[in-house]
Ligand binder design. Structure first.
Ligand code: ADP
Ligand code: ADP
Length: 239
């Protein structure tokens, strides 16, 4: 069953730059998809369109059957709750504890005043500990986020997304600032979210090596268009 459907999606930036050009894609529940392409190909634009961090210029995107393109207000917030994000730069609250950073994954489930005063339920705090155990960071719970190494910070971001428990994870160059060995660990953690929790994962990667190793399905993008969609073993080097 489809989890993400892009129908004739295009994006033209205000300055006239073409970000995406008539993209048609269906990503099914439980897929692990890697998007590859050169810098400027449109990979980030695709992810930012899927969770509607930015509006598309044409076409429509459906998330689990619901149009995120047409959604407004509460409906949009509910769809977004099902989409977790992993960034190249981790996007942690640097001065907050690791535990608080993981709890951020639950904020969409609380009224703002409660999260401001850190009024998370016992259950959610327990889940946050467990999420940190999952990524091997149980002993760092009370450390400040900026005391951790880059690889550890990205694992905190993965624990945060586990705490959020979304249907979809969008990872935008999750390993771009990490060394090769740490990159593999992060990709394995994303695979764990996919295999153990059934989350549908899309990861943008510029490393063809990692795409080869982890992409069950690889989508190649060039100049805002899909130029390849298939198994990695068949992927041409030129994507
Ligand atoms: P990638 O993630 O593959 O590196 P992007 O999606 O970031 O590619 O960019 C696709 C194209 O859109 C590039 O030509 C880029 O310069 C352009 N672009 C991205 N963001 C903006 C923006 N906010 N304003 C104008 N052009 C943009
Ligand atoms: P880093 O390389 O990110 O600084 P460390 O090498 O300090 O991390 O690892 C800390 C602990 O976490 C080690 O016991 C290691 O086995 C474990 N660990 C590292 N990466 C992962 C991971 N991706 N998932 C689960 N446990 C991990």
């Amino acid at each position: 069953t489809p989890m993400i459907e892009c129908k004739n999606v295009s994006k033209v930036y205000p300055d006239g730059t073409v970000g995406l050009k008539d993209i048609n894609l269906t990503i099914n529940k439980g897929e692990f998809v890697v998007v590859v392409g050169l810098s400027g190909a449109g990979k980030s634009t695709l992810l930012r369109s899927i969770n509607r961090l930015q509006d598309v210029s044409g076409g429509e995107i459906l998330i689990d059957g619901k149009s995120i393109t047409a959604a407004k207000g509460k409906e949009l917030r509910l769809i977004r709750r099902d989409i977790g994000m992993i960034f190249q730069s981790f996007n942690l609250v640097k001065r907050s504890s690791v535990l608080r950073n993981v709890l951020v994954g639950r904020v969409a489930y609380y009224p703002t005043w409660k999260t401001t005063f850190n009024l998370f339920s016992k259950e959610d705090k327990q889940k946050a500990y467990e999420a940190l155990q999952q990524v091997g960071l149980a002993e760092k719970v009370y450390n400040r986020a900026d005391e951790l190494s880059g690889g550890q910070q990205q694992r905190v971001a993965i624990a945060r997304v586990l705490e959020q428990n979304p249907k979809i994870i969008l990872a935008d160059e999750p390993t771009a600032s990490l060394d090769p060995e740490t990159s593999k660990r992060i990709m394995n953690d994303l695979k764990m979210l996919n295999e153990k929790y059934g989350m549908t994962v899309i990861a943008n990667l510029h490393s063809v090596e990692l795409a080869k190793e982890f992409g069950q399905r690889v989508i190649g993008i060039r100049a805002g268009q899909v130029v390849y969609d298939g198994k990695m073993s068949e992927t041409p080097e030129s994507v």
